[in-house]
Design a protein around this ligand. Structure first.
Ligand SMILES: O=P(O)(O)O[C@H]1O[C@H](CO)[C@@H](O)[C@H]1O
Ligand SMILES: O=c1cc[nH]c(=O)[nH]1
Length: 235
């Protein structure tokens, strides 16, 4: 049955879902990587596509930007559409020394400054971590393909503008590899729903050097991330 934000029927989505922030990246992923891609939802112009990769059904749908938006799509997919695994495939602002634009960041944990709880336990600060099986599969794929990548914690922030350099420097000092805006809530929702998730990111700019990919590169330079994301879904 359709939900408020997804106009599909049970079975229209595969149990394995790629989730970029950007809807146009979602459509391109379906058209470039899926066999027989077909549109299964387009509420609010957030298109959901289902097809196959190597004969296995896979879907893609964007989260929009920020943790509140992601929480809507991830919750509806897990609860109403039989989705078992979601991989966020997004961009990140690099925080690590020597990190090059286009490198991958494979998140093994997500810090957050968000008020989005997702999963709470009074008196406990819960960790927001990906599925270990999916993480292992992603790292194996990146290594086997010789793709430049780092594995470590990221920060899922509620702000794109307005965080201080001091905060970024403190996060970098404890090994945080990149800043983005969705993964922590995805990990928390997956845990709360008894499902699995991972996050594979491409460095689109560097917070301390100010280097930036063009908006065209941000839209098109995602092949490595999608390959690794698919490996995580299949792993
Ligand atoms: O490229 P996407 O997946 O949208 O991810 C990053 O880009 C957006 C900000 O420009 C935020 O959604 C952030 O998490
Ligand atoms: O700097 C960046 C790049 C991508 N996503 C973010 O949230 N920040």
């Amino acid at each position: 049955m359709a939900t408020p934000h997804i106009s599909a029927e049970p079975g229209d989505f595969a149990p394995l879902v790629l989730m970029p922030g950007d809807p146009r990246r979602g459509r391109r992923i379906a058209q470039e990587f899926f066999d027989d891609p077909h549109l299964v939802s387009e509420v609010r112009s957030i298109e959901g596509w289902t097809g196959t990769v190597d004969g296995r059904p896979v879907s893609v749908i964007a989260s929009g930007m920020g943790q509140p938006s992601l929480s809507i799509y991830a919750t509806e997919l897990f609860r109403e559409f039989g989705v078992e695994r979601i991989v966020r495939v997004g961009t990140t602002g690099g925080l690590a020394e020597g990190q090059q634009l286009g490198e991958l960041v494979i998140a093994n944990a997500a810090h957050t400054d968000s008020a989005m709880p997702g999963l709470t336990l009074p008196g406990v600060t819960l960790s927001r971590v990906p599925s270990h099986r999916m993480l292992e599969a992603a790292v194996r794929e990146a290594r086997d393909r010789g793709l430049p990548h780092r594995v470590g914690p990221i920060i899922s922030s509620d702000t794109f503008y307005g965080s201080s350099m001091e905060k970024y420097r403190a996060l970098a000092a404890i090994g945080t590899l990149g800043v983005e805006m969705e993964a922590a809530t995805l990990f928390a929702i997956a845990a709360a729903e008894g499902k699995e998730a991972a996050a594979i990111l491409t460095v689109s700019d560097h917070i301390f050097t100010d280097e930036q990919q063009s908006s065209e590169d941000r839209e098109t330079g995602y092949g490595a991330m999608v390959r690794v994301g698919l490996a995580a879904l299949f792993g």
